[in-house]
Design a protein around this ligand. Structure first.
Ligand SMILES: [Zn+2]
Length: 419
């Protein structure tokens, strides 16, 4: 075995080991607090709901372990069984080496890689989520979602892949810079088009009806100088009882979207606080900052692929012949996660900082913290969130601080005390 193969194998197995170990830590931590509700949550949650949240956390953990082990195995089979060079040969023999043919090869491998995860998605939705009372998806909706996803990938993903490979042909040594620019342009276009063209394929959006809630939210938008075209209600209940809120679009096309489940679960001041938090993200410019970071990362990624594509040893190690950029793109796509996994605590630490900032913003414009605290408590309760994750586990996997951390920050640092 070559050094490259050993190193790759080491990276993949190290990641799996870390995932399983973190999950075990978390499980032990949750079980240690399972006996009785920790004092900090006695006002938040009742005994049966707390027990249910523990059972839900443990069940999700078990499924997650199986899924991690399974997807690692699938990745190893794809990488080391020789199936990928063999598939490339078949595509090259049948379709030639054109950008369109190589894009078809990459697309097919991507599709094949997504298939082994389907039974897990199915089980998670129709067994686990069902068992805990969250599932409202019917098998028909589930299959329709997958079909729509596939059609979108064919309509958008495949041409984009082919275009990137065309750029390699057209631009020579600096192709990575041009390909990156093309991807960036595509992403910006999607930011504008997705809310208008793609989201409506999956959900129904209706304007929030006239009434006290709408007036309250519009008044908040005005007070915080957040210009939004409309406030929309999304039929999230079509798939799940989990709840959420977000906004989409840019500039004039900006839309505030509330899940219907959220509106059912929260009182009006709490909904106002959630929206204030979302506006906080906007006013603090978190979104452009995140986009800039992801643009810089993808530039680094493309440069790295261009370097890999010139390394004969790298191609040989995985059974490919050099001289074609497609295997470098593919191997990068397959292996990037094994490296970026180790940076996730850093990324999530950054993301959690933004959450604190948005919370503080919400408390400031609401002139009180209690509504947001109330909303967060209800959301954690209704979604059966893990109230006591192990700090290392949340460090690796949580984009948001835990309920307790957010409550503490809201009541202590901002000077607002819940009554
Ligand atoms: Zn947030």
């Amino acid at each position: 075995m070559s050094v490259v193969v050993l190193l790759t194998l080491g990276l993949i197995l190290a990641r799996l080991a870390a995932e399983l170990w973190l999950a075990a830590l978390n499980r032990r931590h949750v079980l240690a607090h399972a006996g009785e509700i920790p004092p900090a949550f006695r006002e938040t949650i009742d005994e049966p709901t707390y027990k249910k949240s523990i059972a839900y956390t443990l069940a999700k953990g078990r499924l997650g372990n199986l899924e991690d082990a399974w997807s690692t195995m699938v990745l190893l089979v794809f990488l080391f069984s020789g199936v990928l060079p063999r598939a490339l040969e078949l595509f090259s023999n049948g379709l030639g080496q054109s950008a369109w043919a190589m894009a078809a090869f990459l697309f097919t491998v991507g599709l094949a890689l997504s298939l082994p995860g389907l039974p897990f998605d199915w089980f998670s939705q129709f067994r686990l989520e069902e068992q805990f009372g969250f599932n409202t998806t019917t098998p028909k909706i589930w299959w329709a979602d997958r079909l729509k996803g596939l059609l979108l990938a064919v309509a958008l993903g495949y041409p984009l892949l082919a275009f990137v490979l065309k750029i390699v042909e057209w631009t020579g040594a600096w192709w990575w810079l041009w390909a990156w620019a093309a991807l960036l342009a595509f992403q910006c276009l999607m930011l504008v088009l997705a809310p208008v063209l793609i989201l409506p394929l999956f959900n129904k959006f209706t304007p929030l009806p006239e009434g006290s809630l709408r007036e309250r939210l519009l008044a908040l938008a005005q007070r915080t100088r957040f210009r939004a075209r409309s406030i929309q209600l999304m039929d999230g209940s079509k798939r799940s009882r989990h709840s959420n809120a977000f906004f989409t679009g840019f500039g004039r096309f900006r839309k505030i979207v509330l899940f219907d489940t959220l509106v059912q679960q929260l009182a009006e001041p709490e909904l106002e606080a959630v929206l204030a938090h979302e506006i906080g993200h906007y006013q603090k410019k978190h979104i452009p900052k995140m986009l800039a970071f992801s643009a810089i990362s993808s530039l680094a990624g493309f440069y790295f692929i261009a370097v890999l594509a010139r390394q004969e040893w790298f191609y040989r190690a995985f059974g490919f012949a050099p001289g074609n950029v497609a295997p470098a793109l593919l191997l990068f796509g397959l292996l990037a996660g094994t490296v970026t996994f180790w940076f996730s605590p850093l990324i999530y630490w950054w993301s959690r900082r933004y959450e604190y900032q948005a919370d503080a913003f919400a408390a400031r414009v609401m002139n009180e913290a209690q509504s947001l605290v109330g909303a967060l408590r209800k959301l954690n309760e209704k979604n059966l969130s893990n109230l006591t994750p192990h700090p290392w586990y949340s460090g690796f996997f949580y984009s948001h601080p835990t309920l307790l951390e957010r409550e503490q920050a809201l009541t202590e640092k901002s000077g607002f005390r819940p009554i």
